[in-house]
Design a protein around this ligand. Structure first.
Ligand code: PEP
Length: 249
């Protein structure tokens, strides 16, 4: 049975004091749930977050990492640095990394390989842009993104993969894919994985939806059978909103 997950992507928000205060509030207000709860503060606050949540079931993820083990990559963070401070999950392929920082499928494939080799769990993000949906290319785009970065993996590596379908037109825009659009794409993703890796793997991978999920729309989206949770941006920065979204799962 696959896991339900609600993950918050804090992006470049929250300084140290704000991070501690949001974590304290979240730990106090967290509802009882079987779902995994993950937060991803910025790099400089990851070690603090791990320490802060030591006795909590809330997990900590990084928002990115470099593919090289170490070396002359000014400003970058390696998988070993993350693991060394107790971070076991990394978000890769977020559309902001793809569009603002030029992360291609080929770069992401290298990051995926490094994370897998180092036993790191990956929340792998992908999704089409508005023009691609309008021209009905969204299924092809998503299939290509998945195939280019993930389909070379061995079957057992899929245990380390969580997928996050995030249509770019819905990220931070207030516009959400309808529950039906999300379900249609998630079912397509599962079918595509089944085609290459079989039903058992396709049915065990968690597929999150991301894109303007809020307390008001979370239940409808999460009620769909192939939606296993959410990757939440803006609404994860307010404890009460994030808690309401967790309750919706
Ligand atoms: C995201 O950045 O992953 C995201 C889904 O953002 P938002 O919820 O703000 O649309």
């Amino acid at each position: 049975m696959r896991t339900k997950i609600v993950a918050g992507n804090w992006k470049m928000n929250k300084n140290l004091e704000e991070t501690e205060s949001l974590l304290t509030e979240l730990a106090a207000k967290r509802p009882d749930t079987d779902a995994e709860i993950i937060v991803s503060p910025t790099f400089v606050n990851l070690a603090t977050a791990v320490r802060h949540l030591e006795s909590s079931i809330i997990q900590v993820a990084a928002q990115n990492m470099h593919f090289a083990p170490n070396g002359a990559f000014t400003g970058e963070i390696s998988v070993d640095m993350l693991k060394n401070i107790g971070v076991e999950t990394v978000i890769l392929g977020h559309s902001e990394r793809r569009s603002h920082f030029g992360e291609t499928d080929a770069i992401l494939k290298q990051k995926v390989d490094s994370a897998i080799a180092n036993n790191m769990r990956i929340i792998f993000c992908f999704g089409e842009e508005l023009e691609q949906r309008k021209s009905e290319e969204h299924f092809t785009v998503v299939e290509e993104q998945l195939k280019n970065a993930l389909f070379h993996l061995e079957a057992k590596s899929w245990e380390q993969i969580v997928l996050a379908y995030e249509p770019v037109w819905a990220i931070g825009t207030g516009e959400t894919a309808s529950p039906e659009q999300a379900q249609e794409m998630h079912a397509f993703i599962r079918k595509t994985i089944a085609g290459s890796f079989g039903d058992a793997i396709a049915n065990s991978v968690s597929i999150l939806y991301g894109g303007s999920v809020k307390p008001a729309n979370a239940s409808d989206i999460f009620s769909k059978p192939d939606v296993d949770g959410g990757l939440i941006g803006g609404a994860s920065l307010k404890a009460d909103d994030f808690v309401e979204i967790i309750k919706a799962i």
